[in-house]
Design a binder for this molecule. Sequence first.
Ligand SMILES: Nc1nc(=O)c2c([nH]1)NC[C@@H]1CN(c3ccc(C(=O)N[C@@H](CCC(=O)O)C(=O)O)cc3)CN21
Ligand SMILES: CC(C)C(=O)C(=O)O
Ligand SMILES: [Mg+2]
Length: 278
Amino acid sequence: MLEALLKRTQTGEKIAMLTCYDATFAKLMALAGVDVLLVGDSLGMVIQGDGNTLHVSMQDMVYHTRCVSNGARPRADNPSGTNSVIMSDMPAGSYEHDKALALANAQALIEAGAHIVKIEGGGNMVDTAAYLIMHGVPVCAHLGFTPQSVEKLGGYKIQGKTAESAHTMLADAQAMAHAGVSMVLFEMVPAALAAHITQQIAVPTIGIGAGAGCSGQVLVLQDLLGIYTGPADKAPEDYKAPRFAQNFLHQTGSVQQAIATYVSAVKAGCFPEEQHSY
Ligand SMILES: Nc1nc(=O)c2c([nH]1)NC[C@@H]1CN(c3ccc(C(=O)N[C@@H](CCC(=O)O)C(=O)O)cc3)CN21
Ligand SMILES: CC(C)C(=O)C(=O)O
Ligand SMILES: [Mg+2]
């Protein structure tokens, strides 16, 4: 499944990825041709109502991965189910400090139905990525703005703006590719830098707020539907959606059409536009 997608990507086809947390949407997305369903730890915000992703547990991730896997798997009423790759985020605290623990947790996500796991971090996580890959677990590296480090990064800020940080990001992406990751994801990275790194590494890149030069794109489902208005304890009027979020429901009128339009816009290279990028 993952191999087939990576092969298609080599011909220049763009990867359309969306976050997904339950079986109903998994089935709908699989039928709409979404290439990768990301069981994101953004569920801490959009499902659990927290203000960040720091309190999501392994148990939460296993549960939602199982829900998504159950909805996306092929069966008589969903023959295209086989076409969606399921990627699960490793939650904060589940992989950063101990490689053996990282492997056990990654294997639990694979057991629950994930085809690939995603970890946040660059140079300091290369050994962990290599360790998981050596034990047969495909990995995606998440670089740029890494929400699990939001406190350390001092807020939701674009990354790679200085020459030094841009160079570090390129080196991290190269090291991760060398370690054998299947994909690299860039969040809130200048479009020119993400495009440049995409040209420099042999694995596909996925962008969110990282411009149209990536090999694919990802959005949070609730942002695509325009229904996320911040954490449960905050008034909606105090929330400002990130620049890269685009409401596809507004222009289409049905959830199915919104997802289908997102997929075609990504495949055609029409999303993201300048206004979504940095
Ligand atoms: N609904 C939702 N969408 C996301 O894209 C998302 C999540 N949740 N949860 C996990 C992470 C957190 N992410 C976020 C959240 C907010 C901004 C944001 O507010 N960006 C503003 C900048 C605000 C500022 O400068 O302080 C922007 O305009 O892009 C960016 C990324 C991305 N991920
Ligand atoms: C925003 C994406 C890339 C993510 O990691 C998530 O949804 O958790
Ligand atoms: Mg995440």
